[in-house]
Unconditional design. Structure first.
Length: 94
């Protein structure tokens, strides 16, 4: 704000330059929205320590395997957690 209470054009230009490009912002919005659910946030926090299977994660977050799988699908859809298949098990890592 300038001394007369008006808008400082240089400040507006500098702030706009810091904004993410639209496609990146759209992806960031989806990732952040997926993390708004407490269970999904806890999954991401747990995976920071070690890779875990769905069964292990379900015990960590105290949800059923089905519910945990649904949360993981949302996180996978926004590339928040990578999945690796090991035989019948799927492992998730940070």
């Amino acid at each position: 704000m300038n001394e007369h209470g008006g808008v400082e054009p240089g400040a507006v230009t500098a702030a706009r330059a810091e904004l993410l490009p639209a496609p990146i912002q759209k992806n960031a919005d989806k990732v952040l929205e997926s993390l708004c659910d407490p269970s999904r946030l806890r999954i991401v926090q747990a995976l920071r320590a070690t890779p875990l299977t769905v069964s292990e994660l379900s015990k960590v977050i105290a949800k059923t395997r089905a519910a945990t799988s649904q949360h993981l699908k949302v996180l996978r859809d926004v590339d928040a957690v990578p999945a690796e298949r090991h035989g019948h098990d799927v492992g998730y890592a940070p």
